[in-house]
Ligand binder design. Structure first.
Ligand code: GLU
Length: 315
């Protein structure tokens, strides 16, 4: 069967990325993450014609890491509403590294946004549930459209053993009354949500739901309230790519959230969910080749939010 334009394009995007030297490093500060294949690379698009386009390593499982912060934020908004969530975390970019602790001392003690570790730990602590991780998994399974989404036990234990900085952040938040729940239990949930295994298609499916105002295009079911999808996407634009969010906004210009496991989850309004997987990271924590794929797709398909997408020509 003849390949469609988009099938060809995802393959070209992958080849384009691989034409660059792999200058990144696999994250090692969580020892278990360092076992990933640094040359792995995959891209998946879930398009609004209900077709899925893939190239490269799309079946490989990897942990969500920071991408879980988007789902935890949605869960928090769904369980306690926006006022209680934004009482504990603000919505402003930091320009600092994702695990920075400095502003907690200098900036009013409230984490600046939910996409940095401090903000995500505050969000984890505000979710009103006895079993927040079970609720998180249940939401993940709905968003990904499959039941077999699980915790990666080894990564979780590795994070738990090495997460001293996150522990310091959580205790500072507790000291200031931002974190009201039990600190160790909240951290345990945070480490677990970061350690959920997904593949590129799972993340592209979540991206597609956000791109479609919270609705699953395959079933027509609304999984995320419109207001919360908008909040999640906006924070992905301003804070989703760590302290590289501004540069990414110029070069690619789509809402995206990166994780140190090598994933990047993106959404193109009314059109696509896109995910890339490439565990070799730049110094900010973003996938080196993943960024190249997204730059290529954005340019070829005119995906930048200020360029007026022309994807219809491709599908
Ligand atoms: N679990 C990681 C941490 O807390 C998440 C970091 C990330 O993906 O940015 O350090």
């Amino acid at each position: 069967m003849e390949k469609t334009n988009l099938e060809i394009l995802v393959k070209k995007a992958l080849d384009y990325a691989k034409s660059f030297e792999n200058t990144g490093k696999v994250a090692s500060y969580i020892p278990e993450l360092f076992k990933a294949d640094r040359d792995a690379l995959g891209v998946c698009i879930v398009a609004n014609n209900k077709k899925i386009y893939k190239a490269g390593d799309c079946e490989t499982l990897f942990t969500m890491q920071s991408i879980s912060k988007v789902v935890a934020l949605i869960l928090a908004l769904q369980t306690v509403g926006r006022d209680r969530v934004f009482d504990k975390v603000w919505v402003e970019p930091t320009g600092d590294a994702f695990n920075s602790i400095v502003r907690l001392e200098t900036h009013n003690h409230i984490p600046l946004n939910p996409m940095i570790n401090a903000g995500a730990i505050a969000v984890a602590g505000v979710i009103d549930s006895e079993f927040p991780f079970s609720d998180f998994l249940a939401l993940m399974r709905k968003l990904c459209g499959r039941e077999d989404i699980y915790l990666n036990e080894k990564v979780y234990l590795s994070e738990k053993a090495s997460g001293m900085k996150n522990r310091a952040i959580a205790y500072m938040l507790a000291n200031e009354g931002v974190l009201e729940k039990d600190v160790e239990q909240t951290l345990d949930f945070y480490f677990k949500m970061c350690s959920v295994n997904v593949n590129a298609e799972d993340l592209a499916r979540i991206g597609s739901i956000l791109a479609n105002d919270g609705v699953n295009i395959f079933t027509g079911e609304r999984l995320v309230e419109s207001e919360y999808a908008l909040i999640a996407k906006t924070l992905m634009v301003t804070c989703g790519m760590y302290d590289g969010s501004g540069e990414f906004a110029i070069k690619v210009g789509i809402p995206a959230k990166s994780g140190v496991g090598g994933g990047i989850m993106c959404c193109v309004e009314d059109n696509f969910g896109i995910a890339v997987y490439g565990p070799s990271l730049d110094e900010k924590g973003n996938s080196v080749w993943g960024l190249k794929i997204l730059e290529y797709l954005s340019k070829e398909l005119n995906l930048h939010y200020f360029s007026g997408a022309k994807v219809k020509e491709y599908i």
